[in-house]
Design a protein around this ligand. Structure first.
Ligand code: NAI
Length: 257
């Protein structure tokens, strides 16, 4: 098992990437703290892990709130004695996020509160715990949109993911000598709730698919396996990386017909 005796905290664990990662990390031997604002779905993830013989708790945490982030880290140490892996994965893509003219300040602020401040607060409270454990791995979910511009704009979201990338680099540099690795995971377009609620017709999906060399959307499970590598000691020389798992979208100028 690749995460034997590790304790992993995952935010946004009730759905999509977070959910699949919680299940996979547990199957690989980790004790999992599943954190989310959706208490019911988060509790179900933790219960499914326990039902399969693993260790997990669900905790309520809004990552934009300092007190919640402090409490989720405290829950990991209280319940499982330590924290080894912090997956700052919770994020939103707001329906009214558009270009600079149309996007409201409220949408901009909310996106940054969750997508950027949420990562900062996870680290603010998580890094002292990783230090107490003698080091560890932080994974921050960014996105392929931090690498490429799109004519179908979501300006706040794209800018927030750029901030996650630059924050990740600096965190990696600051903490490298204390055995804390920090990497950004950049998924391509995925078949999860976050994206499919916008690409809700075959035509809209096809408009996006023509840009992906593999010609399909990714699965949350495929991103979970990338997170597993970054969480495990197999990636022990990898820090400050922008780990793309995107079906080739950022590599392609044109795609096959
Ligand atoms: P999802 O919508 O399926 O899951 C996101 C989870 O985050 C939900 O369970 C939601 O309740 C939770 N959440 C939302 N606000 C929260 C808050 N303030 N505090 C705690 N939890 C909160 O989305 P998905 O696709 O699994 O996204 C996960 C991450 O991956 C996000 O950061 C997203 O931006 C990123 N991503 C997603 C891509 C996609 O195509 N789906 C592509 C690239 C990046």
């Amino acid at each position: 098992m690749r995460l034997k005796e590790k304790v992993a905290l995952i935010t946004g664990a009730a759905s999509g990437i977070g959910r699949e990662t919680a299940l996979l990390f547990a199957a690989e031997g980790a004790a999992v703290v599943a954190a989310d604002i959706n208490d019911a779905a988060c509790g179900e993830v933790a219960a499914a892990i326990r039902g399969a013989g693993g260790s997990a708790i669900g905790v309520h945490a809004d990552v934009s709130r300092a007190s919640d982030c402090e409490a989720m880290v405290a829950a990991a140490e209280r319940e499982f004695g330590k924290l080894n892996v912090l997956f700052n994965n919770a994020g939103i893509s707001h329906a009214d996020d558009d270009d600079s003219i149309s996007t409201s300040e409220a949408v901009w602020d909310l996106t940054f509160q969750i997508n950027v401040k949420g990562v900062f607060l996870g680290c603010k409270y998580g890094i002292p715990a990783l230090r107490r454990a003698g080091g560890g791995s932080i994974i921050n979910t960014a996105s392929f949109v931090a690498h490429l511009g799109a004519a179908t704009p979501q300006l706040a979201y794209t800018a927030s993911k750029g901030a996650v990338l630059s924050m990740t680099r600096e965190l990696a540099a600051i903490h490298a000598r204390e055995g804390i690795r920090v990497n950004a995971l950049c998924p391509g377009p995925l078949r999860t709730e976050l994206l499919m609620k916008y690409l809700n017709t075959p035509e809209k999906q096809q408009r996006r698919l023509v840009h992906i060399p593999m010609g399909r959307f990714g699965l949350a499970k495929e991103i979970a396996y990338s997170a597993l590598f970054l969480a495990s000691d197999e990636s022990s020389f990898t820090t400050g990386a922008e780990f793309l798992a995107d079906g080739g979208i950022t590599s392609a100028y044109t795609t096959p017909e």
